[in-house]
Write a protein that binds this ligand. Structure first.
Ligand code: SF4
Length: 665
């Protein structure tokens, strides 16, 4: 019978693998619904975060969709994560397919296999999952009984590199979208079309016709003789398939207070805290930041909505730390009242508050003191991103060196001893001098800290990531810095920091080498041809490419060369990894994601790219006039952000009275 637990097949394998607890399920607030909870119309989702359990379980996106779907009487959702190679091997040799961690049901028996991709480096894990599940890798080879393979997450804003492996793509916010998709599938099942001839084609057609689900199989891809992408266009003869697919945007976050019952991991995970998303979107306009661009417009959760979510979540989980999440949390229009209100409420309860990282210009000591009032003074993290004033203008960071020095002076004066600074290497127009400027900045931070505090134990940790140009940003046309040049610049910087006796030992230096960034660049800005490279890498053993111990640059480059050489020979093209990564694009070039509508006007993105080359800055449209990026008129709205003027009341009444208090606030 379908939907049966296969735990009895899995259990004997677990003592032979590392971290077996991650495959067991049964976490606090997890659920296993009746397989037929909605009768014959039940829509069953297997949701996957295609990385290890410890990274995947805290993911808010999957947690939210899991809960939203399971609240529906006609739907059920279960989770699965990437299986480490030790268990994968044992499952294959023992004939055990990919299972969910909740009901240990076979993923292949679900109606939808939904994967959320925050990063492209998880693509090979998707192929492992499909193969282990017994689902054909390529959408074109799937039969009527196979699940619909559907992806979402930030990487889906350019789904072309994995277009041949997926049936459907959702772009943007998922909460409302999964319910709309469930309803289409429920109706399709109610009409008896599942398993019928062309049933699969029909449900995909219905999804595509919404205009908000991309079905790659319904689009033709054309290349010029020289191998440039010419166009991605709807196939003739399939009525209603749109030329451009629009992103979903949830406008009222207070109407979606999820997760209400956050999952608490059984096994070790990267975040042992509860998270509440306090707003979505960002209009700061940092030109490198894909997340900021594609999640516009800014939508704030109200102070009372946040208070309610924190209280309900703490009760449901028992956590003692609350992370107030967003792309730039200190920018919430009521952040001071939120942090003060929460610190008052939980005074003396050991409940700590944290913000992921703080903009230099949004930081103030009152905010930092509220955050640390019920906990300890942990390190502060700021992200100047660029090492010189000039480069920060290019990327539109709008933070001066003096801003940073003033901010850290305030922090050191208030008792902090440790500051982390985050930068990128390889930004457009960057020179060696810009990168060496990071060392000067770090030394000035230490000198300021010593002076203000009168102490010697001041530390500054410099953390550097390689810049990867991303789709739907002004830098989508930029050439990426090669891995060798990135490594050379970082070595120069490391030597510069270490050679200074007065400051070197007070500055920590963490960096990633340039090679994974080139693979990420290939997968981020690639077109449909890159899919063959991903499959070749996976067949060669590629797995868990986001983990340095599993990542093999040599394998990626070898497979890419084999695939592209064969294509070039057959078609007379001249494409290779450099063509996709280090090459700067022209204004008129068709980009692989042009048919995915993020709401941003391509002409505005180009203007902003040109402005960056002129070192022109663009202000934040929350406080300055609109500069016509295109998002708001398309959604027919004017940006309206708090403050609401409300305050959080203290929670002194226990039990049901506490609920009443929450209502009133
Ligand atoms: S349309 Fe104007 S107000 Fe809206 S996000 Fe873009 S720049 Fe800001």
């Amino acid at each position: 019978m379908s939907g049966q637990s296969r735990f009895a097949d899995l259990e004997p394998l677990l003592p032979r693998v590392s971290k077996p607890l991650q495959y067991v399920g049964g976490e606090l607030n997890s659920q296993v619904k009746d397989w037929n909870c909605g009768g014959s119309e039940t829509v069953r989702w297997a949701l996957m975060y295609p990385d290890a359990y410890e990274v995947g379980l805290p993911n808010q996106g999957v947690m939210i969709l899991y809960e939203v779907l399971n609240e529906q009487p006609h739907a059920l959702a279960e989770r699965t994560y990437a299986v480490w190679p030790d268990l994968e091997q044992l499952m294959r040799s023992n004939g055990v397919p990919l299972l969910t961690v909740d009901g240990h049901r076979a993923v292949k028996e679900f109606d939808v296999f939904g994967l959320s991709f925050p990063t492209e480096l998880n693509y090979t894990n998707m192929l492992s999952a499909l193969d282990l599940a017994g689902i054909p890798l390529r959408a074109a080879e799937r039969g009527e009984d196979d699940p619909i393979v559907l992806i979402g997450g930030h990487a889906s804003f350019n789904p072309e590199p994995i277009a041949d492996f997926v049936d459907a793509v959702v772009v943007g916010d998922g909460e409302e979208a999964v319910l709309a998709i469930s309803e289409i599938i429920r109706e399709w099942k109610a009409e008896g079309l599942q398993g019928s001839d062309c049933g699969r084609h029909e449900v995909l057609r219905r999804l595509a016709c919404t205009g908000a689900v991309y079905v790659p199989a319904f689009y033709d891809v054309a290349y010029t003789e020289a191998g440039m992408l010419e166009a991605v266009t709807p196939k003739p003869g399939i009525e209603g398939v749109p030329w451009q697919v629009s992103k979903h945007t949830v406008m009222d976050l207070d109407a979606w207070p999820y997760p209400k019952q956050p999952l608490v991991p059984l096994a070790e995970s990267v975040h042992e805290r509860m998270s509440v998303e306090i707003f979505r979107g960002c209009t700061r306009g940092c030109r490198f930041c894909q997340a900021g661009m594609i999640t516009r417009p800014v939508r704030e959760r109200s102070i009372t909505g946040i208070g309610e979510m924190v209280e309900r979540g703490l009760q449901a989980t028992g956590y003692e730390e609350v992370g107030l999440l967003s792309l730039s949390s200190a920018d919430h229009s009521e952040i001071a009242d939120i942090t003060k209100g929460l610190a008052d409420r939980y005074e003396g309860t050991q409940t700590g508050l944290s913000l992921p990282s703080t903009r230099v210009d949004a930081f103030n000591i009152d905010l930092a003191n509220e955050l640390s009032r019920n906990g300890r003074k942990s390190g502060l993290t700021f992200a100047p991103e660029g090492g010189s004033e000039r480069l920060r203008k290019v990327i539109n960071k709008q933070v001066s060196e003096q801003d940073l020095v003033d901010t850290v002076a305030a922090a050191f004066g208030a008792g902090w001893r440790n500051v982390k600074l985050y930068f990128m290497c390889g930004l457009p127009t960057e020179t060696d001098e810009d990168v060496l400027g990071i060392a000067d900045l770090a030394k000035r931070v230490i000198a300021t800290g010593r002076e203000v505090s009168g102490r010697k134990d001041i530390r500054c940790t410099v953390s550097i990531g390689g810049f990867v140009p991303k789709p739907h940003t002004p830098f989508q046309w930029a050439g990426q810095l090669s891995a060798a040049d990135t490594d050379r610049r970082l070595t120069l910087l490391r030597d510069e920091i270490r050679s200074d006796r007065r400051y070197g030992s007070s500055i920590g230096f963490r960096y990633h080498d340039g090679e994974p960034g080139i693979v990420e660049g290939l997968l981020s800005r690639g077109d449909r041809r890159v899919g063959d490279v991903i499959e070749a890498v996976w067949r060669d053993g590629g797995r868990f490419d986001g983990w340095s111990e599993h990542f093999s640059y040599e394998r990626w480059m070898r497979c890419a060369q084999e695939v592209f050489t064969a294509m070039n020979t057959e078609h007379g093209w001249d494409i290779d990894v450099d063509w996709y990564t280090t090459r700067e694009r022209d204004e008129l070039e068709t980009l692989p994601w042009d048919h995915i509508d993020s709401g941003l006007d391509k002409a505005w993105l180009w203007e902003d790219w040109q402005a960056s080359l002129d070192e022109d800055e663009q202000p934040d449209c929350r406080w300055d006039p609109c500069f016509d990026c295109g998002v708001c008129p398309q959604m027919d709205l004017d940006i309206e952000i708090g403050p609401t003027g409300k305050k959080l009341l203290p929670l002194t009444v226990l039990g049901s009275g506490r609920e009443a208090m929450l209502e009133k606030s």
